[in-house]
Design a protein around this ligand. Structure first.
Ligand code: HMG
Length: 383
């Protein structure tokens, strides 16, 4: 049975910081960010938006593409940015999407790798339950300390996709190459809001893992790089994906995979799948029948390489114009606003716009309170 991605969408914050602005304030040549790192903007999240609200927006777009949302009987929420060590972020999403109450909901975590793990889990589940659809969400927001080398690679977004039989976008093939090794290259202690990292070690281990995963994949599949038409990478910043591509594939379409991530920044679990949406939206020709490689890397570390084949009529499932408008319509904020949001000095939950129709309206006794925006506007405290 063919299984894979049946519909896919992403969402990000309504606000961004242009890296020109950051370069000027940090006294760094803009070329370092634009060319050396390969990023031009990063999404900045206001207090009313978090991994849940942006995930709901992405998930609503994919649910709109399936006939009956009651076919969804499992929701896997992949994140490394959770605000709760116990309750799944997916439960809030389940509520606002009004999914059936016998739908299994849980979070998975392994840095940026988690959504790729969720995709594989979902496929295994659909093979046993062919009429089921699984909603997979990867949603992350990443902060580094100001004035560190990671600062221009902050960002955030959510991707959502439906995994089913006879997928209309991508049939994921069964072969994979995985590599797991304990490395202290990037970590997010629960007492901190910022991620800590060893930049050089993380880049080294990313490329080493790519080498090991692809060798394992080629050995198992009997394929060589000539059998793969295009490759999408986890893109913590554009240059990392370009280096990975130069090392292992030299695919001509690397630039098409980076269009969206270069404007969003690192979206961790969502990043690899946004590379894929970017390729599908921005590739000039027809990808039908093409074999696409996927390299997922999550610090710590687990990495995986696998492939999928593009389905006939996949173009009917794309929302390229909407994706471009979403990114173009973001508002660029000033450096002062960026600093103030970073320090959480300005915590007016009503002062900023949301990407979708659900907002984080406050935190009451450490409990997060979400609401539908129209209701919030009419009666802010009362929903
Ligand atoms: P840095 O210290 O700023 O790097 O850190 P650099 O000084 O080596 O400069 C970067 C590049 O800019 C170099 O090019 C310079 O030559 C170039 P390269 O040698 O790499 O080709 N450069 C210039 N180019 C043009 N004009 C100029 C100029 N000046 C310099 N004027 C680094 C950069 C990305 C390492 C840092 O941002 C960092 O550590 N980020 C955080 C960690 C990270 O993203 N690691 C990536 C791999 S790990 C991963 O992907 C997992 C992750 O997503 C987390 C998870 O799994 O959850 C992070």
């Amino acid at each position: 049975m063919k299984t894979g991605i049946d519909s896919i969408a992403f969402s990000t914050s309504k606000y961004s910081l242009n890296l020109d602005v950051l370069a000027k304030k940090r006294n760094v040549a803009r070329e370092k960010y634009y060319l050396g790192i390969g990023q031009t903007k990063m999404s900045i999240f206001p207090p009313n938006e978090d991994i849940v609200t942006v995930a709901i927006d992405a998930a609503r777009k994919v649910l709109a593409q399936i006939e009956d949302k009651n076919d969804v009987d499992m929701l896997i929420f992949a994140t490394e940015s959770s605000f709760d060590l116990s309750k799944s972020a997916g439960i809030y999403v389940h509520k606002f999407l009004k999914l059936r109450d016998d739908c299994r909901v849980f979070d998975v975590k392994q840095a940026c790798y988690s959504a790729a793990a969720a995709l594989q889990l979902a496929r295994f589940y659909v093979k046993d339950n062919p009429n089921s659809k699984v909603l997979v969400i990867g949603s992350d927001i990443i902060r580094y300390l100001p004035e560190t080398s990671g600062e221009p690679t902050q960002g955030g977004a959510a991707v959502a996709f439906i995994v089913s039989k006879n997928p209309r976008i991508l049939e994921v093939e069964p072969c994979f190459g995985v590599h797991t090794v304990d490395v202290a290259d990037f970590w997010r202690p629960v007492c901190l809001k910022e991620a800590l990292f060893d930049g050089k070690l993380s880049a080294y281990n990313y490329l080493r893992s790519l080498d090991i995963c692809t060798k394992r994949y080629f050995e198992k599949s009997g394929f060589s790089s000539d059998d793969i038409d295009h490759v999408c990478f986890h893109a913590p910043f554009g240059k990392m994906a370009r280096k990975a591509n130069n090392q292992s594939f030299n695919s001509k379409t690397i630039e098409e995979t980076l269009v969206y991530n270069s404007l969003i920044g690192n979206s961790c679990s969502a990043s690899l799948f946004i590379s894929f949406i970017s390729l599908a939206d921005n590739f000039g020709g027809d990808l039908t029948g093409s074999r696409i490689g996927f390299f997922s890397y999550g610090s710590g570390s687990v990495a995986e390489f696998f492939c999928g084949v593009i389905s006939e009529n996949y173009k009917k499932m794309l929302t390229a114009d909407d994706n471009k408008i979403m990114l173009e319509e973001r508002e660029d904020i000033s450096f002062e606003e960026y600093e103030s949001l970073y320090k959480e000095e300005f915590c007016d939950f009503r002062a900023y716009k949301n990407i979708g129709s659900v907002t984080l309206s406050g935190v009451d006794n450490n409990k997060r309170v979400y609401g539908n925006i129209e209701k919030c506007e009419n009666s802010f405290a009362g929903f």
